[in-house]
Each structure stands twice: as C-alpha cells, then as structure tokens.
Write a protein that binds this ligand. Sequence first.
Ligand code: FES
Length: 79
Amino acid sequence: MKIVVCIGSACHLKGSRQVIEQLELLIERHNIADKVDLTGTFCHGDCKKGVCVTLDGKLHSVLPDNVGEFFDTMIMQGV
Ligand code: FES
C-alpha cells in the first residue's frame, strides 16, 4: 500500500508534519512497515482539501486530529 502525504506549504500549515509523524508511529506500533510505503510529495493542487494524503492514488483529507481514525479505517482495513 502506497501512502503519500503532501508536504507543500498549505498542507504543512495544516499539520502535514504531525500527520507523517503519527503515521510513522502507528505503522511501527502495528508492525506493518513491510506492507506500506510512506512518502512525501509537494503540492499537487488540492490545497483546500489538505492535509492531502493519497492511498494507492486515491485522495483523502487528513488532519492531525483524525489521523488515528484514518489509520484504523483506511490503512488497517487495507493491509
Ligand atoms: S500544499 Fe498540499 S495540495 Fe497544495
């Protein structure tokens, strides 16, 4: 599963760094590092939806506040 988090300036202001840090932590805690590929990308034009996270190419809007829920429902269901 490929997870790409936007680190462009608009998404950065909305907390992309925290989103990445929390995802890294959750991936480690659930021991699924071999099943996911977490990377960053620069702005891809959907700034209003930020923090923009794509999961296998599908765009999701994630914030530091709901990254745990996103992880449980979208990532753990798919690995
Ligand atoms: S800064 Fe993330 S989509 Fe533009």
